[in-house]
Design a protein around this ligand. Structure first.
Ligand code: S3P
Length: 451
């Protein structure tokens, strides 16, 4: 039986309790945290990581790093060391690698294992076990890896790595940084150049961090805006010191809450604002949000800023579909903001949302409906007709094992007329374990619903 089968549910409730005020530092970026552990394992020697996100998803990746013979050590206070063994030198794990709820950890590590002459079985919770893996197994099979598992192309999967992988040129069929990263990570073991062609640009943390570990990665723009990312394999990664800035996808929750709750004024410090991640903030500004970037600077190879959000009257817009990749995880909370705006907000080009931790289009639509908002589901998105002010709330949100639906539902409850409850807050720990403490520190009222 799956180790995740009997986790008890933990219902929570959020209610309006006056303005949110204060300065917060949300935890480290999840994408960068996974990558720091993984590249640290592939370097020769000791990598230092500061500000690692210590959430369930990232801890699953740390567990996998250790199971593969490298050593990730918690030194306290978000400081970790990773003793890497070098590309090609990871060991076959004795048990299955359990990635819990984490698609990123699982898919990136599949790329790593594909580049090693070892076999490993990948498992996850009920949500991860439903998510498509063919997008990963197809390119990795072209590189020489083999797979055994359900015909549906889902977990559990046993991957046997290539000896050695073939360098390939692969055009991404979906805009996915996870797929791009898996191919690049497998390519580190390949003799020659591996190329990923991206018709739509996705987050580039793997590329940036590979450079910080001394690996040559080049990116060039070709015809029709297609970007080619090249990595030359059989390089040696040198240990790095990585400082992980605050996660913009987590900062989104207190910042959107501040926009919606009257009288609020919140600053989120040290937030990574890589343009391939910052689409939500641009969109909110276009909707009339009072969001300002202060103290912009470069830290650890990424742009960061302190972001200030003050309560604002929002107006609905058509969100450009080509912006989707730069805010793919932020649509649930954007939909909540849209429900309070004046007029219609159209969000399209979001097919990928159907294969996230939940079907995020259906889950977001159901969440808004439970809160009394007007929304129409489309195959590739949704149209929210805003209330031009406060929505009714009062609903009960089914989170579907999805942390971002859980936190978005609670944000709606903070600003709605009546409290909103969610069926299960457990998954919030996958990305933002301190969510409740941090929000209540700003003045929010969020508590266990049966407590
Ligand atoms: C991530 C990529 C995105 C995103 C996920 C993190 C990453 O997924 O939704 O939360 O760190 O590479 P896709 O690659 O499936 O778009």
């Amino acid at each position: 039986m799956s180790p995740h089968a009997h986790t008890p549910q933990s219902p929570w409730r959020a209610a309006c309790a006056g303005p949110l005020k204060g300065t917060v530092r949300v935890p480290g970026d999840k994408s960068m945290s996974h990558r720091a552990l993984i590249l640290g394992a592939l370097a020769v020697g000791r990598t230092q990581v500061h500000g690692l996100l210590e959430s369930d998803d990232v801890l699953a990746t740390a567990g996998a790093v250790n199971a593969l013979g490298a050593r990730a050590t918690d030194c306290g206070g978000g400081h970790w060391t990773v003793d890497g063994v070098g590309i090609g030198a990871l060991a076959e794990p004795t048990g299955a690698l359990d990635f819990g709820n984490s698609g990123t950890g699982c898919r990136l590590m599949m790329g790593v294992v594909a580049g090693h002459p070892i076999a490993a079985t990948f498992i996850g919770d009920a949500s991860l076990s439903r998510r498509p893996m063919r997008r990963i197994t197809t390119p990795l099979a072209l590189m020489g890896a083999t797979f055994a598992g359900p015909a549906a192309g889902t977990l559990p999967l046993t991957l046997t790595g290539a000896r050695p992988p073939l360098p390939i040129t692969y055009t991404l069929p979906v805009a996915s940084a996870q797929v791009k990263s898996a191919v690049l990570l497998a390519g580190l073991s390949a003799p020659g150049q591996t190329t990923v062609l991206e018709p739509v640009r996705t987050r580039d943390h793997t590329e940036n961090m590979l450079r910080a570990f001394g690996c040559h990665v080049s990116v060039e723009e070709g015809p029709h805006g297609i970007h080619a990312v090249h990595v030359t394999g059989e390089c040696e990664l040198t240990p790095a010191a990585i400082s992980v800035p605050a996660d913009p996808s987590s900062a989104a929750f207190p910042l959107v809450a501040a926009l919606l709750v009257e009288g609020s004024d919140v600053v989120a410090t040290d937030v990574m604002i890589n343009p391939l991640r910052a689409g939500l903030f641009t969109t909110l500004q276009e909707m009339g949000a009072d969001i300002t970037f202060e103290n912009e600077r470069e830290e650890g190879g990424e742009r960061v800023a302190d972001i200030r959000a003050r309560h604002s009257a929002l107006t609905g817009i058509d969100v450009p579909p080509e912006r989707a990749a730069s805010m793919i995880d932020e649509y649930p909370v954007l939909a909540v903001a849209a429900a309070f705006a004046q007029g219609k907000t159209t969000m399209r080009g979001l097919e990928e949302l159907r294969v996230k931790e939940s079907d995020r289009i259906s889950a977001t639509v159901a969440m808004l409906q439970a809160c009394g908002a007007q929304v129409r589901e489309l195959e590739d998105g949704m149209i929210v007709t805003g209330a031009g002010g406060v929505i009714a709330g009062g609903g009960h949100v089914a989170t579907g094992m999805d942390h971002r639906i859980a936190m978005s539902g609670l944000v709606a409850g903070l600003a709605a007329k009546s409290a909103v409850s969610i069926d299960d807050a457990t998954m919030i720990a996958t990305s933002f374990p301190a969510f409740r403490d941090l929000m209540t520190g700003l003045g929010a009222q969020i508590a266990p619903a049966n407590g």
